[in-house]
Design a protein around this ligand. Structure first.
Ligand code: PGA
Length: 251
């Protein structure tokens, strides 16, 4: 059984103090987390305070990026070991905004993935097609390429904690969600690709999240699909009540 993983992606929102306020308001709204996991991908500068505030709640705190080197003369960069030491237990890799605005490539994602695995961080690797790619009928092809190249070098043993997030670029922050059926079709394709890249066992165990305008009112129908195992949530994860409703989907 794949335990649903509901993760917020705060992007460039919230200071450490604001993160603590969020968690204080959020925790009492949550039910039991025994059958699901709740996670928050926060800015680097909020990791330590968020991790402290989340201690004992079961909520996982993570970062939204890392650099792949361990340390060195890389001005402005942050390593996997640094986010781990600050309290992160997962990391979002290859988000489309990183690919679009900061030049992250599949090759870089694969290197960052290796660094995350070496530090025992749960990697959440994002893939997804643009509207033009979808309209050209290339969605599956694009996603297959992203998976193959982003996961290059990953062994089945190292993939035990791997999480994939399918985020159609045209659905991020736009209010346009893929229908549950449209998303399921891609998730099924992703699981098939995982099976050929890493074997059936990894493919069956890997959680595949959907992201792109997930809201309290569409989460249950998305998560009812066979291959949709969670959500990566941007805008709707910035408010404790809406993210709590998302985490409690179906309850
Ligand atoms: P959104 O963002 O929920 O605001 O569409 C999702 C994401 O970018 O991870």
């Amino acid at each position: 059984m794949r335990k649903p993983f509901l993760a917020g992606n705060w992007k460039m929102y919230k200071t450490g103090t604001e993160a603590v306020e969020f968690i204080k308001a959020f925790v009492p709204l949550l039910g039991s987390l025994s059958d699901r996991e709740a996670a928050l991908g926060v800015p680097f500068t909020a990791i330590a305070q968020a991790a402290e505030a989340a201690q004992g709640t079961g909520i996982l705190i993570g970062s939204q990026n890392i650099y792949f080197e361990k340390e060195g003369a890389f001005t402005g960069e942050i390593s996997a070991g640094m986010v781990k030491a600050a309290g992160a237990s997962f990391v979002i890799l290859g988000h489309s905004e990183r690919r679009q605005f900061f030049g992250d490539t599949d090759l870089w994602v694969s290197k960052k993935l290796a660094a995350a695995v070496a530090m025992d961080l749960i990697p959440v690797v994002c893939v997804g097609e643009t509207l033009a790619q979808r309209e050209a009928g290339d969605a599956f092809k694009v996603i297959s390429g992203q998976l193959k190249n982003s996961l290059a070098g990953l062994t089945p043993d190292a993939a035990v904690k791997l999480i994939i997030a399918y985020e159609p670029v045209w659905a991020i922050g736009t209010g346009k969600t893929a229908s549950a059926a449209e998303a399921q079709e891609v998730h099924e394709h992703i699981r098939k690709e995982l099976s050929s890249l890493l074997g059936d066992k990894v493919a069956e165990a890997t959680r595949i999240l959907y992201g792109g305008s997930v809201k309290p009112d569409n989460v249950a129908s998305l998560l009812s699909q066979k291959d949709i195992d969670g959500a990566l949530v941007g805008g709707a994860a910035l408010k404790p009540d809406s993210f709590a409703q998302i985490v409690k989907f179906g309850g």
